[in-house]
Design a protein around this ligand. Structure first.
Ligand SMILES: [Mg+2]
Length: 100
């Protein structure tokens, strides 16, 4: 993933990195709003979203997180792979404990 396009428009000063990290929260809020819309929990609005829209918003969260990681100067693919490995190790060790 490349953030060259964004860097070209906005630069990559500390405040720009801050905004890219905050964007993850913005997208998470949109996912939450979409889920509330699926549940129809706001009586004034009723049901406003479907599950596919929630999934799309969650995908926005994932992509904005990857952009933020790249903006910090890391390889997002590697960071994600390292994280997945740690989660898998935790899952494996906890299932070993359950088996043992
Ligand atoms: Mg969104």
């Amino acid at each position: 993933m490349s953030v060259t396009w964004l860097d070209g428009h906005n630069g990559r000063a500390e405040h720009q990195i801050t905004l890219r990290i905050l964007k993850v929260s913005e997208e998470a809020g949109e996912a939450a709003a979409a889920w509330i819309g699926v549940l129809g929990n706001n009586p004034r609005k009723g049901r406003t979203h479907c599950r596919e829209q929630v999934a799309a918003e969650l995908a926005d969260v994932a992509i904005t997180a990857l952009v933020a990681i790249e903006s910090l100067g890391f390889d997002a693919s590697q960071t994600l792979a390292d994280c997945a490995e740690r989660v898998l190790e935790r899952f494996t060790s906890s299932s070993d404990e359950a088996d043992g």
